[in-house]
Design a binder for this molecule. Structure first.
Ligand code: PBG
Length: 331
């Protein structure tokens, strides 16, 4: 007499209706945020070759993108500026006429409260050396001098109408510095999204083309070491202590363990950024015919969601929101 398996996990996998009913995780458009590159001085979108399907947009195209995002029902857009000129201290970041501040104003006007307008608060798009902060005389990135500029950038972005500031520079004390400056100016409602566990990553490669930034040296003195998990959790806890409203892990796919640990201990919402290289890997592999594009995209996003991200920044936000609306399975 054969001993039959007592436990049969396959029972719940036997047909699509059951699988759909017992799925633990799914995604909603509201959980997706679209990163958007706005370039100064162009009048038509310019494709980014390393990121097939993604373009730099002219300022005049921002309102239309906001309409598309609102129609798709996504949670927000994250704006990045690509300035025409750069200098040592990133002046374009703090000037009200700077491309990012103008893009934020345009987006906030067009959004009219239908979705959140978020802005990347960092200097690397605005400095000629490409670092996320200003440099000391010895060429190192000067943490505390940078904090003063971040505080001014926070005010400029808040004045322009940004609802959420994504603090991505990885300077110590950046959350407290921005919160203090914002509160003193009466911007108590501006939300701080801390890119807390931001790793020094090769997966930001295509982003460099997207923002036309060339970096002298590397970011290893301020972004985290890929070997370290505990340090990522620690960074999130420090940022929460300093007043972060939301914390983020970035990149997402290679750091799902960190994401899960941060999600387990965080007292505030936890997000993840599926970065340019994660996007490019799937697009280029799919174009080469080696993976099923849509299933790979869906699976990558479900993995990030399963690890604990409540919202995800992804360059596929509009497309995936459409799939969800159409009732398509994600993986
Ligand atoms: C900093 C910033 C970067 C990204 C988002 N914000 C670049 C970096 O820190 O090197 C990368 C995002 C991506 O690769 O998609 N301004």
């Amino acid at each position: 007499m054969t001993a039959f398996p007592v436990r049969r996990p396959r029972r719940l996998r036997q047909n699509a209706a059951l699988r759909r009913l017992v799925a633990e995780n799914d995604l909603a458009p509201r959980r997706l945020v679209l990163p958007v590159f706005v370039k100064e001085g162009i009048d038509a979108p310019q494709p980014i070759s390393s990121m097939p399907g993604v373009s730099q947009h002219p300022l005049a195209g921002v309102a239309d993108l906001v309409e598309q995002a609102a129609a798709a029902g996504i949670g927000g857009i994250m704006l990045f500026g690509v300035p025409e000129t750069r200098d040592a201290v990133g002046s374009g970041a703090t000037s009200p006429g700077g491309i990012l501040n103008r893009a934020v104003a345009e987006a906030a006007r067009a959004a009219a409260g239908r979705l959140t307008v978020q802005a990347d608060l960092c200097l690397d798009e605005f400095t000629d050396h490409g670092h996320c902060g200003v440099l000391a005389a010895d060429g190192s990135v000067d943490n505390d001098a940078t904090l003063e500029i971040y505080a001014r950038m926070a005010l400029a972005l808040a004045d322009a109408g940004a609802g959420i500031l994504g603090l991505s520079g990885m300077m110590d004390g950046q959350v407290a510095a921005c919160r203090t400056a914002l509160d003193a100016a009466g911007h108590t409602g501006v939300v701080l999204l801390a890119y807390s566990a931001k790793y020094a990553s090769a997966f930001y490669g295509p982003f460099r083309e997207a923002v036309e930034s060339t970096l002298t040296g590397d970011r290893r003195t301020y972004q985290l070491d890929a070997a370290n998990g505990r340090e990522g959790v620690q960074e999130a806890l420090i940022d929460i202590d300093e007043g972060a409203d939301i914390v983020m892990v970035k990149p997402a796919g290679p750091y799902l363990d960190v994401l899960a640990e941060v999600a387990a201990v965080s007292s505030v919402p936890v997000w993840a950024y599926q970065v340019s290289g994660e996007y490019a890997m799937i697009e280029h592999a799919a174009a080469a015919g080696v993976i099923d594009r849509e299933r790979a995209i869906g699976e990558s996003l479900l993995g990030i969601r399963r690890a604990g991200a409540e919202a995800i920044l992804t360059y596929w936000a509009l497309e995936v929101a459409g799939w969800i609306r159409d009732g398509k399975d994600l993986a």
